[in-house]
Design a protein around this ligand. Structure first.
Ligand code: PGA
Length: 263
């Protein structure tokens, strides 16, 4: 895993957007996996900027979102579908036929999950998966204890996630208890993975998933099993890491082995 520590949220957003833009330029029909939450808002803003100022072309790209709350209609205020349209899709030249967010109000989540997996497969698999991390170490809504072999399915939300996400709802009782989420197995099949995190509240969990043991109790630690992961943090989220000096040296000197590393 490559760990890139940036001074602040703004630089984390710029660096992660550059990584995504580079992949879109490299392959116009890129298949992106995308995340919601506070963390990627700055990244998406930067991507919109690159689209508007430099003409970054998304017209041939496909996007699959990680997750959606069960029970919420696509245009519900708190739906992740609406979040994606408001924060990214409507500002770029995405083809609406090629953007997928799990359907929270489906009558048959099991069948839908199966269909979603099939769509990802048919698109050729995810080239670059963007991830945030939850306070409980989740990626997508793969809460502690999720199987590393799991596929897209319904998952019950952990107490901490309900608490963390209640800030977006009027009452904590309004936070849905379930979500449809890509599984860890689905995520690990992406060719490349980019995880972003910021703020002191993520410092403990970042140290755990990057430098701690691989465990289903911190599902982001499953990324240690993937061969191409880039993690972009701000200094606050990186503050509990112990090998910072090494990560920074690699960040500043990787040009020495660029061809071999391929990043
Ligand atoms: P956040 O959520 O970006 O709002 O912190 C991240 C997540 O739960 O995956």
């Amino acid at each position: 895993m490559e760990i890139i520590i940036t001074p602040d949220y703004e630089q984390m957003s710029k660096t992660s957007a550059q990584i995504i833009a580079r992949e879109v330029k490299r392959k116009h029909d890129l298949v992106l996996g995308l995340a919601t939450g506070d963390t990627p808002i700055g990244t998406y803003k930067e991507l919109v900027k690159v689209h508007k100022e430099e003409g970054l072309d998304f017209s041939k790209a496909t996007a699959f979102n990680l997750d959606e709350y069960v029970g919420l209609a696509p245009l519900h205020n708190n739906s992740y579908n609406l979040f994606m349209w408001e924060n990214l899709f409507k500002h770029i030249n995405a083809n609406p036929e090629n953007v997928y967010v799990p359907q929270g109000n489906t009558d048959d989540p099991e069948e839908f999950s199966h269909w979603y997996e099939g769509k990802i497969k048919k698109a050729g698999g995810i080239d670059l998966q963007v991830l945030g991390i939850g306070g409980d170490g989740h990626i997508g809504f793969n809460e502690p204890g999720s199987s590393f072999a799991s596929r897209t399915r319904v998952k019950a939300l952990d107490k901490q996630t309900i608490q963390d996400n209640s800030r977006f709802f009027e009452n904590i009782e309004d936070v849905p208890r379930f979500a449809i989420t890509m599984g860890i197995g689905t995520i690990l099949e992406a060719k490349k993975i980019l995880l972003i995190a910021n703020g002191e509240k993520k410092a403990d969990v970042c140290a755990q998933f990057i430098e701690g043991p691989v465990t289903s109790q911190i599902t982001a630690s499953s990324l240690q099993l993937h061969s191409f992961v880039t993690i972009v943090l701000d200094e606050a989220a990186a503050s509990k890491l112990t090998r910072t000096e090494y990560y920074n040296w690699v960040r500043d000197n990787k040009h020495l082995v660029q061809k071999k590393v391929g990043r």
